[in-house]
Ligand binder design. Structure first.
Ligand code: HEM
Length: 267
């Protein structure tokens, strides 16, 4: 692993032991670039894949080699920034829904998949069934799987493709109306599970880091609040959906999120 040797346990990298296994998390830009641009390093360590596979199956996060490449080639275009604008209304509705729900309602916290890495006993479905916390985790994943299967069934049942588009979303790419599929249906289900889990767990943890950092640095909290008032106004106005241009103008908030993301990798 090309980790910056000088970084040791801190600085721009992090190393720790998961049992007998040395884990090196790279954060130095040179190391990150090396990992990202060198296809030889695409082979994943079984530590990550065995922790995630019982929950998400065979998706981008757990596949290796040629199967990973096939999936990645299909899925990459569905993450084009042009598609993001179509989701703003859904993000807005989700945000309002979340802020109105009591904290006790939340499924988050029941299933941080990355904790399976440092608590290997959580990878065993039989052991999970023995505790109420474990059963909550299994219930959460069963619910996600049901939602994913319903989405696939709905898309397969469609009879028409709809208006021609230059870019298609993930499910539109993997399943065509009439049930024509780009991958075996179990792999489509696993990819949708992978996306849901990788997106929600990471975002939830990032948000808690950002809130903790804002509590520690009230001057940044004030700066973020001022920026939000400048862009969205006050009163009922601030509850409307944001446009892409407005989101792009939130420079203070963007910096806070980026710093929190970095803290997530190297606290
Ligand atoms: C703060 C937010 C996020 C952080 C810190 C984060 C971090 C990471 C890291 C470190 C990896 C590499 C894991 C590995 O290769 O073993 C990864 C991969 C991945 N992430 Fe994220 N992620 C975030 C948000 C998201 C979101 C929102 C999505 C989906 C919408 C997502 C989907 C994925 C997928 C599919 C992979 C596997 C990619 C591949 O190997 O082809 N992530 N993420």
């Amino acid at each position: 692993m090309p980790a910056n040797k000088k970084s040791g346990c801190c600085g721009l990298g992090r190393r720790f032991y998961a049992g007998p296994k040395l884990v090196i998390m790279v954060a130095h830009p040179d190391d990150v670039q090396h990992v990202l641009v060198t296809s030889r390093l695409v082979e994943r360590d079984p530590l990550t894949t065995s922790a995630m596979r019982p929950f998400v199956g065979d998706g981008l996060l757990t596949l290796n080699g040629s199967r990973w490449k096939t999936h990645r080639k299909l899925i990459n275009p569905t993450f084009h920034s042009e598609l993001l604008g179509n989701f703003l209304e859904a993000f807005h509705e989700g945000g309002l829904n979340l802020s109105e729900r009591p904290a006790s309602d939340s499924a988050g916290g029941a299933a941080p998949a990355d904790t399976m890495m440092v608590r290997p006993w959580r990878r065993s479905l039989s052991l999970l069934r023995l505790s109420s916390e474990g059963r909550a985790i299994l219930k959460y994943y069963a619910h996600l799987r049901k939602c994913v299967e319903e989405a696939i069934a709905l898309r397969s049942a469609a009879t028409e493709e709809g208006p021609a588009k230059t870019r298609r979303r993930l499910l539109e790419t993997l399943v065509k109306p009439g049930g024509q599929i780009a991958l075996p249906v179990s792999e489509i289900r696993d990819e949708l599970m992978t996306m849901t889990v990788t997106a929600t767990d990471t975002t939830a943890v990032l948000m808690s880091y950002a809130l903790a950092l804002l509590a520690l640095h009230p001057e940044w909290q004030d700066a973020a609040q001022r920026e939000l008032k400048d862009v969205f106004g006050e009163g009922g106005d601030c509850l409307r959906a944001a446009s892409l241009a407005e989101l792009a103008s939130l420079r203070v908030l963007e910096s806070i999120i980026k710093v929190s993301r970095y803290s997530l990798i190297d606290p």
